[in-house]
Design a protein around this ligand. Structure first.
Ligand SMILES: [Zn+2]
Ligand SMILES: [Zn+2]
Length: 130
């Protein structure tokens, strides 16, 4: 089951795989979200992670991340959002002492994280093939 309009990686076009994600315990503003779990996607070739819009919106209810005061800049990219095929924006998020550069869809709120940035925000619990 997929909630995406496209299962192709926006960076390299490889098929995304489903992963289970959670929030790292004690990670700054995320401490109130211990136990949060959701389904996300990751590219097995280039390693980018994708957090679907509905998951991001659930997180944003509890966090000032992904819109609001933690957002430092926003500029358009030519990458297509796998969730809705709109264009992703480049966004710098910050909370406590953490800064993370992501791409985010202004329409469905899906987030794309580089391989190295993903562990700053999410823990990959296990990987579900297919
Ligand atoms: Zn890729
Ligand atoms: Zn989108």
């Amino acid at each position: 089951m997929s909630t995406l309009m496209s299962e192709a990686c926006p960076r390299c076009a490889h098929r995304l795989e489903t992963i289970s994600i959670s929030i790292p315990r004690g990670a700054g503003g995320y401490r109130d979200l211990a136990g949060f779990e959701a389904t996300g996607y990751r590219c097995p070739r280039c390693g980018v992670g994708l957090i679907p819009g509905p998951v991001v919106q659930e997180l944003m209810k509890a966090l000032a991340v992904g819109g609001g005061k933690s957002e430092r800049h926003r500029r358009g990219t030519r990458l297509a959002c796998p969730g809705c095929l709109g264009n992703l924006d480049e966004v710098l998020l910050s909370w406590s002492t953490t800064f993370v550069e992501i791409e985010q869809c202004p329409r469905c709120k899906a987030m794309l994280l580089e391989a190295g940035e993903f562990p700053k925000v999410f823990v990959i619990e296990h990987e579900a093939k297919g």
